[in-house]
Design a protein around this ligand. Sequence first.
Ligand code: NAI
Length: 733
Amino acid sequence: MNLETIQYNQDENGLVTLTLDDPQQSANTMRRQFVEDYIAVVDHIEVNKADISGVLITSAKPTFFAGGDLRELIAATPDDAPAFVEFSNRLKRAMRALETLGMPVVAAINGAALGGGLEIALACHYRVAMDNPSTRIGLPEVTLGLLPGGGGVVRTVRLLGVIEALTKVLIQGQQMRVADAKAVGLVDEIAADSDAMLSAGKAWIVANPKATQPWDARGYKMPGGTPTHPMLAANLPAIPATLRAQTKGAHYDAPHHIMSAAVEGASVDINRAFEIETRYFVDLVCHSPQAKNMTQAFFFDLQAINKGGSRPDGFERWSATRVAVLGAGMMGAGIAYQCARSGIDVVLKDVSLEAAEKGKAYSENLVTKAVKRGKLSQDKANAHLNRITPTDSYENLAGCDLVIEAVFESPDLKKQVFADTESVVAADALLCSNTSTLPITDLATGVSRPQDFIGLHFFSPVDKMPLVEIIVGKETSDAALAKAVDLVLQIGKTPIVVNDSRGFFTSRVIGGFVNEAMAMLTEGINPVMIERAGNQAGYPAPPLQLMDELTLTLPAKIMAQNRAGAEAAGVEYVPHPAETVVEQMLAAGRAGRSSGAGFYDYDESGQRQKLWPGLFEMFGIENDRHLQVDDEDLVKDMSERMLFGEAIETVKCFDEGVITSYADANIGSIFGIGFPPWTGGVAQYVDQYPGGTTGFVARCKELSDRYGDRFIAPASLVTKADGGEPFRPPGAG
Ligand code: NAI
C-alpha cells in the first residue's frame, strides 16, 4: 500500500504495522488526507484479512497523534454541518470496521495521544504506551469548547462507564501522564522504551488472535450500568448539578453536549450512539460560538504566544542560569520556587538571613507536598531545594545573569536595591522588577543600564498562576525584551507583552469588572445579585469577593493617581461611581480579607463567612429588592456591564498602544485576571458579540444611555463597526 500519511508494512508472519507519519506536518493530525488514508487502509486490511494476523498502529513522530484539524473546525459555518456529519461518520465507520474484523489491533503509543489520537487508540483492542515523561494522554476537546467526535465519548463510556468516563476523562479533559492513564484504564500496559513497546504490542497480537472489544464480547455489561440501571439512574442527576456548581451557573455548551452524548449514547446500541455523538459534535463545530472562541484562545492564541509571538525577531534564544531574587516575601518566595523548579540556580536575598530562609521554606513546603502526593521524586525535590541559596548579603549575588526584584512596593527602596545589586551581578544581567503598579520607565532611572531594565509582573500565587505580564519601559531594548520572553517560557509560564502605562494592561482592565460591580451597590442593587451576575457571566470569582482578595487600598491608590493625573493634564475628572464605594468602605475599616473585613465578614482565621449585612444600610439597599428578580434584562445588563467594562478598557489600551497583540490581550485576560474563558478572551469578546463590532457598538449605546458615559464606545471601534470590520484585523496576532 502506498499512502501519503500512513506507512504500511507487513512482516512474514502477516502482522501489519501502520506507522502514522504525515510528511506535511511535525505532528499527525486528523486532516482530510489522513482520514482518506485511514479509510483506505482499513478497506485494504478488510479485503486482505485472510493473510493478516493482526495490526499494530504506531507513529514515526515524537508524538503519537495530535488530534483534529482545528483550522478546519474553527472555520466551519452552519452550512458545513452536513459535510461534517458525513466526514465524521465515514471515519467512525472505518474505525468500527477495524475493531470488528476479528483480528487483534494494538496501539503502540510512543508519545502524546490527545483527542483524535486517543480516539484512534481507543478503536484498538489493546493500548501499550511507552514510558515517556512528556507523553500526555486524554480527550481535552472540552477545553476548546468541543467534544470528541471520533468515537471518544462512545468508547470511553463503554470502556469505563458513564460516570467514570465523564468525571475522569471527558468533562474536564484531563491530559494524563502515562501512569495516570493506566490507572484510569485508558492504557493497558506501560513499556520501558520503544523496542519494549513494539515487542509487547506484537506479543499481545500473537497471544490474542481473536481479539474483540469488551463491548462486543458476549455478556458485556456497561461498567456501572446503563442509564436505566437503578444505581446509575440514581447518580445521574448529580452530574449536571456538579457541572453547574463548577461553572457557577455560567452556561458552557461543550460539557453540556458531552454529558448528553454520553448519557443518551449509553442507552442505545453502539452505532446509534456514534450517530448521537456526531450530532452533538457537529452542533458544537458548526453552531457554537463558544467552540470558536475557545479554540481561538486556548489553541491558536496560546500557541502563538508560546512560540514567542510578541518576541522581537533576530535575537538568539537565551536562557538564564543563575538568578538573584531580591525580596523573599510572598512574591519573591514564589518566584524563587518557580525558577529553581526550572533548573535555574537561585540566590534569594532579603534583609535578614532569617527572612530569606523563610522565603526558601515556601519551596520546601511545596516540594514536600509534591513528594507526598507522588508527583515528585525525593531526588528531584532535593535538587530543587539545593538550587535555592538564601542570603542577606549582596556579595552572594555575584555571577547572576538575571535579577528579579520583589521588595516592598516603594520606588525609592526598589531603586536602592538595584543600585546595590547592579555592581555585583554579571555586567549584562537582565534587570527585572515585579512591581505591580510603579512605572517601569521611572524605576529604570535608578540603574546605569536602563536598556536592560524591564517589568516582569507575576501573579499570586506564582506557582499556580500561569501568566507573566512583561512591561516594556521607554528605554528597554528589544534584546532585553527577547530575553525576558525567553525567560518566562523557560520557567514554564505564558508571557504577554505590554507597554509601560498606569496599571499596565491587566490591572487596568480588571478595574472595568470590579468597578462596575461596586457601582451597582450605589444603585441599590442587592450584593447577592451582583455576585450572582458575575458568576453567570462566567467569572471564576464573583466581583465583591475578588475585590476583598485584592484589597480596596489598591484601587484607592489608583483612583487618587488618576485624579491627580487628570488635574495635572488640566482635564475634567469624572470619578467612576465605584470611587465612593471604595471611600466609604475604607472609612468603615473594611479594606478586604487581609484586614479581616471587607464586602464579606471573615472569621479569625481569615475564612470568608457571609456578605457584610452593613452594606444594606451603607448603600440604602432595600433588603429584597432585586433579590428575587427574574427580570432577565436587568441580569443581562449586570453581567454585560462587567464584561463591557473590561472590553471597552481593552479597546482603549489598544488605542493607546499599551497592548498591541490581540492574542496577548485574550490570553492575558483569561490567565491573569479571570476573564470568562467561554468568551475566548477580552478582545475576542468584542468580535464574538452578536452582530460583531456593530452589535457591540449598538449595545454600548444602550448601556451608556442607561448607566453612564463610561460605556460610550471608543471612536476607533465605531469606525471599525461603520466599516463592517472586526475589532481584530484578519490575520493579526
Ligand atoms: P512582601 O511584603 O510579602 O515581601 C517583600 C519582601 O521584600 C519582604 O520579605 C521584605 O523583607 C523584603 N525586602 C525589603 N527590603 C529589602 C531589601 N532592601 N533587600 C531585600 N529584600 C527586601 O511583598 P510581596 O507581596 O511579595 O510584593 C513584592 C513586590 O511584588 C511588590 O512590588 C508588589 O507590588 C509586587 N507584586 C505583588 C503581588 C501580590 O499579589 N502581592 C502581585 C504582583 C506583584
